[in-house]
Design a binder for this molecule. Structure first.
Ligand code: S3P
Length: 429
């Protein structure tokens, strides 16, 4: 069985692009994902004056530090919430004049979560049409930098943390974030690896992140790094192989503990999961992963684990639909604010293919079945809904159509080929 090797992690790629532009020297990024979302961050940075050689496929060079300029055109973040939130933080820290927007899905998603704390730091941000939604404008500050902030976010979000850390590091301002949860911590790790004075303390009640940037004059060190494979993309192929009764072996994949919720749930389902960290790159643990199972049990999880697997819930729901018994997702109301209302679309599509399930305000229950699944899936343009049901459609015996296969391009352009290859190997083996 061939090993699964994935394009670089999207969350890490967005951040390395931005941080490379802030670094003092030339940075090299290898294994860049060709995802459209990462392309949005890249294009946004170029429009702000960043000198970046290469594209989002393979290798790329960034020459920092950038001589930032206000972009002449609106920065279009497309479908990418991470681009929108992180670039808002960057622009707020730099005090540049710009307008940010996105596609119809992104213009429905909340922005107050980053705008409110950035305004509390003294950033000049305003909405163009309606509160809490893109498009938004950032404007120059008449004088001075940002104010320090001690902040308890209402939602545990890596995009919020990332935006605030970028604003604080560019404006050399102190920041403390007191978080109830543990969202992915890539910004913190990468900043620390580049020499920024950032610390993270964990306790039973959550995490506190501190950046002591006021008075810090050190440079951000440039880097030369191969981005670890994307565990969120791997999740769909792992589920495909488990459903096909075969083993998944993933090499050179990101094994950051703040992204490990998916693996914890697989263990809860009685899968055998082995992960081995082989090295640390730019502060990120990277290694190999194998997953196999004989019989799987249903799962039940809630709020405490959700930030660590929020993007993997559609993949887990697809798996649960084929595991006898009732699986339960709770504490995941954030899913309603993703590229689509994912709770609503998961429930509708499970019903459409013949799986019993119930919608909850903050999750869903899934009554797994071994009966062949048949029906038409509507993705609502959401890449993770397309991939979750694409995995079910690929299983022999099921007859499922997915109305929009191209939406996977925002995160995993090679998905359909990778899935087909996984399934073909199974036939061959
Ligand atoms: C991301 C954070 C998560 C995740 C998204 C990527 C990031 O969103 O769902 O796909 O790279 O920071 P939240 O920060 O809203 O949880």
């Amino acid at each position: 069985m061939t090993d699964i090797r994935l394009p670089g992690d999207k969350s890490i790629a967005h951040r390395l692009l931005i941080l490379g532009a802030l670094a003092d020297g030339e940075s090299r990024l290898r294994n860049m994902p060709s995802s459209l979302d990462v392309g949005r961050t890249l294009a946004g940075l170029r429009s702000l004056g960043a000198d970046i050689e290469g594209g989002t496929d393979g290798e790329l060079m960034i020459r920092g530090p950038v001589r930032w300029t206000s972009p002449s055109e609106t920065v279009d973040c497309g479908n990418s919430g991470t681009s929108a939130r992180l670039l808002t933080g960057l622009l707020a820290g730099l005090g540049l004049e710009a307008e940010l927007t996105g596609d119809a899905s992104l213009r429905r998603r909340p922005m107050d979560r980053v705008v409110y704390p950035l305004q509390a730091m003294g950033a000049h941000l305003s909405y163009v049409d309606r509160p809490d939604r893109l498009p938004l404008r950032t404007s120059r500050r008449a004088s001075g930098g940002l104010r320090s902030l001690r902040y308890r976010p209402r939602v545990s979000s890596a995009q919020v943390r990332g935006a605030l850390l970028l604003a604080a590091v560019t404006s050399r301002t102190d920041l403390e974030i007191l978080d109830r949860g543990r969202p992915r911590d890539h910004t913190e790790r990468l900043l620390a690896a580049m020499g920024a004075p950032v610390t993270v303390r964990r306790s039973d009640t959550g995490e506190s992140v501190r950046l002591e940037a006021a008075g810090w004059s050190g440079p951000l060190q440039p880097f030369d790094v191969a981005i670890p494979g994307d565990i969120s993309s791997a999740a769909f192929l792992i589920v495909a192989r488990l459903l096909a009764g075969s083993r998944a072996s993933v090499v050179d994949v990101g094994l950051n503990p703040s992204r490990a919720g998916f693996l914890a749930v697989l263990r809860q389902m009685d899968a055998r999961v082995r992960s081995e960290v082989r090295e640390t790159r730019a502060g990120e643990p990277v290694g190999n992963l194998t997953v196999e199972a004989d019989a799987l049990s249903p799962f039940e999880f809630g709020e405490e684990i959700v930030p660590g697997l929020v993007d993997e819930i559609p993949a887990l729901v697809a798996l649960a639909s084929r595991v006898e018994g009732v699986s339960v997702v709770r504490g995941a109301a954030e899913l309603r604010l993703k590229e689509s209302d994912r709770i609503d679309l998961l429930v509708r599509n499970l019903h459409a293919v013949g799986v019993d399930c119930e919608e909850l305000p903050d999750g869903l229950t899934i009554h797994g079945t071994r009966v062949p699944l048949r029906g038409a899936v509507r993705t609502g343009g959401d890449h993770r809904i397309a991939m979750a049901f694409g995995v079910l459609a690929a299983q022999p015996g099921n007859e499922i159509t997915v109305d929009d296969s191209s939406c996977v391009e925002v995160s995993f352009p090679g998905f359909w080929n990778a899935l087909e290859q996984s399934m073909a190997e199974r036939k061959a083996g």
